[in-house]
Design a protein. Structure first.
Length: 211
């Protein structure tokens, strides 16, 4: 066959490159020897994990057509019902747990059940709505905080203006008390001796005009 391919100018496809399993990887259950290749997929029907080479029969043979393949995982047993050794592909809302289809016929008979995929989608939708509500509440609290900070700043400015105005009034009263204001000049002239003649009246009028 190789000779025929050479004559026709075609070459056989190279074998898959070896990729050995390292720490944290899932090793192929069908590789022999001390070093096993890294598994790519796990079969929930076979309860085994396969590297690229040993996975080919699942793609090529009709016998494996109905087998369910998932990304390689070391927790295969967690996806299998411990009572019936079947895939946990049903979710029981009554008991809040994953079960297999045989469980729906005995201990979970009559319970509210849906497919595990449908329940996963619903949980993700509810989670998204919860996150959206939390984000909305956060934005509302942030807006309220900014409004409160603005009110506090406005109140501080109002206090400063009020203190400035009060200080100005106190200074004016103090000057009046010490005889620096225009009214004190009138008081001094009227409380003392009367100024003689029209001159005194003119001066008094001038002082009054200045007020």
């Amino acid at each position: 066959m190789v000779e025929k391919l050479k004559k026709t100018g075609l070459q056989a496809a190279p074998p898959p490159a070896l990729c050995y399993a390292g720490p944290g990887d899932v090793a192929c259950d069908f590789c022999t020897g001390t070093r096993k290749q890294k598994a790519l997929m796990s079969c929930l029907a076979c309860l085994a994990s396969y590297c690229e080479t040993h996975l080919q029969p699942h793609y090529e043979s009709p016998a494996f057509k109905k087998h369910k393949l998932v990304k390689a995982t070391a927790q295969l047993q967690e996806k299998i019902c411990s009572h019936h050794d079947k895939l946990l592909e049903v979710y029981c809302r009554t008991d809040q747990q994953c079960i297999c289809y045989l469980c729906t016929m005995d201990e979970h008979k009559g319970h509210d059940t849906v497919s595990a995929a449908a329940e996963r989608t619903e949980k993700q939708r509810q989670l998204g709505m919860s996150q959206q509500k939390v984000q909305q509440r956060f934005q509302e609290r942030e807006k309220e905080l900014k409004e409160l900070q603005h009110a506090v700043e406005s109140f501080k400015v109002s206090i400063v203006d009020q203190r400035r105005h009060t200080s100005s009034l106190l200074s004016s009263c103090q000057r009046e008390r010490e005889g620096e204001g225009p009214l004190s000049n009138i008081t001094d002239h009227t409380a003392g001796n009367r100024l003689p003649g029209p001159l005194s009246e003119n001066r008094l009028l001038n002082v009054t005009d200045r007020i």
